[in-house]
Write a protein that binds this ligand. Structure first.
Ligand code: PMP
Ligand code: GLN
Length: 378
C-alpha cells in the first residue's frame, strides 16, 4: 500500500460487523437500524425518480431541499436562522467533515480532536496534510476546557467538536459553547462541529448547535446527516451549515470531489421534511434506549450514565472480565454471539477502557435475542 493510506488501518465498524456476520452474532456494534423505515420515504424516493430527478442536481443542493431545511431549522426548539448561502447538501456527514477539513487546512496545520472521537476525523485530517492534536475528555465525557486551552498553539487551524457525542451520547450545553467561544476569541481557529444526532436528544434535553452561538456561527461548519435523523444510514445524504465565506470555501472543494448529491434522494428528503414529525422520532428512540437499559439491568454490566442522545449506550464490563476491551468485544462476539464496539477504538493510542458501546437502534426482538445470548454466557 502507498504510505499515505497504510496508516489508518480499517474502520472498527466494518471490522466488528464482518466478525458479527461470520459468527452469526447479534450485531449491536455498527450504528444502523434494523427496523423498517417510514414507508413514505420509500414512496418519495420512487417518486423522485419518476418525476425525473435523475440528472445532476445543482452543486450546492436541490433548491426545494435547501428551502425546506431553512424552514426546518427555523422550527427547531431553539430556532436557527439561515439563508441559502449558509447551506450545502453533502453525500453524508463523513464526506462533509472531510471536505470541511480539506477546504481549510494546509500542510502542517494542527487540528485539535477531543477524544474519544469518531473514527473518520484523524484520517481526514492526515489525508489533508494536517496533524492531529489530542485532548482527552474527562471520565464523564465532559470537556476539560483548561486542557483544551493549553492545546491551542500557533499552528492550530481547527477544533473538531462532536455533540451529541459518539460514543457517549453527551450533549454540549449552551455554556460549553460559550466557554469554547471565549477560548478561541483571539485566534483564527475554525470549529468543525459534527452534529449528526441533533434531533435525537432524550428526556427533554435541548440541542445546541455551534451555529446557535452568535460568534461561533461566523467561524464554524456544523455538519448534519439524514442517515441517523431519519433512520436511513444507507442513503448517505447530509448537509453543512457554514458562514457564506466558509460555505464558499467548502463548495470550492465539493465541486471537484462529488460536485452534487444523489438527486432522487434529495427530492425525497425535501418532500419528507414537509410531513415529518420530530417528536415521533425522539419518542421511538428514547423508548428504544429505555427498553435496552431495562433489559440490560439484569446482566452484570455496569451503567455509569444513561445516553443523553443518539444511538449508543456505553456499558462497563469490569464485573465480567479482565480482558482488554478489544479482546472482550471479540470474545463477546465469538462466544456470546453479541457484537459491540470496544471504546478504545475511539482513542488514538487504542488503550483499553473497560467499556464497550452498544447500539440500541434495533428492534425489540433483536435486543431480546442479544440478552438471551448474553445470559447463556455471562
Ligand atoms: N459522525 C458521527 C459522530 C457518526 O456517528 C456518524 C455515523 N452516523 C457519522 C459522522 C457519519 O455519518 P454519515 O453516515 O452521514 O456519513
Ligand atoms: N456512525 C456509525 C457508528 O458509529 C458507523 C458508520 C460507519 O460504519 N462508518 O457506528
Amino acid at each position: 500500500l502507498p504510505k499515505k493510506h497504510s496508516d489508518s488501518g480499517s474502520t472498527i465498524f466494518s471490522e466488528m460487523t464482518i466478525l458479527a456476520q461470520k459468527q452469526e452474532a447479534v450485531n449491536l456494534s455498527q450504528g444502523f437500524p434494523d427496523y423498517e423505515i417510514d414507508n413514505r420515504l420509500k414512496k418519495l424516493l420512487c417518486e423522485g425518480t419518476e418525476k425525473n430527478f435523475n440528472q445532476y442536481a445543482p452543486m450546492p443542493g436541490n433548491p426545494l431541499l435547501i428551502e425546506n431545511l431553512i424552514e426546518f431549522n427555523k422550527q427547531r426548539t431553539i430556532p436557527i436562522s439561515i439563508t441559502k448561502e449558509n447551506i450545502t447538501i453533502s453525500p453524508g456527514a463523513t464526506y462533509g467533515i472531510y471536505t470541511a477539513l480539506a477546504s481549510i487546512i494546509s500542510f502542517g496545520d494542527e487540528v485539535i480532536v477531543l477524544e474519544p472521537n469518531y473514527d473518520s476525523y484523524v484520517p481526514a485530517i492526515e489525508m489533508n496534510g494536517g496533524k492531529s492534536v489530542f485532548v482527552s475528555l474527562n471520565d464523564d465525557f465532559k470537556v476539560d476546557f483548561e486542557a483544551l486551552k493549553q492545546a491551542i498553539a500557533e499552528k492550530s487551524k481547527a477544533i473538531i467538536i462532536n455533540s451529541p457525542h459518539n460514543p457517549s451520547g453527551k450533549i454540549w450545553k449552551k455554556e460549553d459553547w460559550e466557554k469554547l467561544s471565549n477560548i478561541i476569541e483571539d485566534t483564527e481557529i475554525i470549529i468543525i462541529s459534527d452534529e449528526v444526532y441533533d434531533i435525537l436528544t432524550y428526556d427533554d434535553r435541548e440541542f445546541y448547535s455551534a451555529f446557535h452561538h452568535p460568534k461561533l456561527r461566523e467561524r464554524c461548519f456544523s455538519i448534519f446527516s439524514f442517515g441517523k435523523m431519519f433512520h436511513i444510514t444507507g442513503w448517505k445524504v447530509g448537509y453543512i451549515l457554514a458562514s457564506p465565506e466558509l460555505s464558499e470555501a467548502y463548495r470550492r472543494v465539493h465541486q471537484y470531489l462529488a460536485f452534487s448529491v444523489n438527486a432522487p434522494a434529495q427530492y425525497a428528503l425535501a418532500k419528507y421534511l414537509e410531513v415529518f414529525d420530530r417528536n415521533v422520532n425522539i419518542k421511538l428512540m428514547q423508548e428504544k434506549r429505555d427498553f435496552f437499559l431495562n433489559e440490560f439491568q439484569n446482566l452484570p454490566f455496569t451503567l455509569n450514565e444513561k445516553a443523553e442522545a443518539g444511538y449508543f449506550q456505553i456499558l462497563n464490563f469490569k464485573n465480567i472480565s479482565d480482558l482488554s476491551d478489544k479482546d472482550f468485544a471479540v470474545w463477546l462476539t465469538e462466544k456470546a454471539k453479541v457484537a459491540t464496539i470496544p471504546v478504545s477504538a475511539f482513542y488514538h493510542d487504542q488503550k483499553s477502557t473497560g467499556n464497550v458501546r452498544f447500539c440500541f437502534a434495533k428492534k425489540e426482538e433483536t435486543i431480546l435475542k442479544a440478552i438471551q445470548n448474553l445470559k447463556e454466557h455471562l
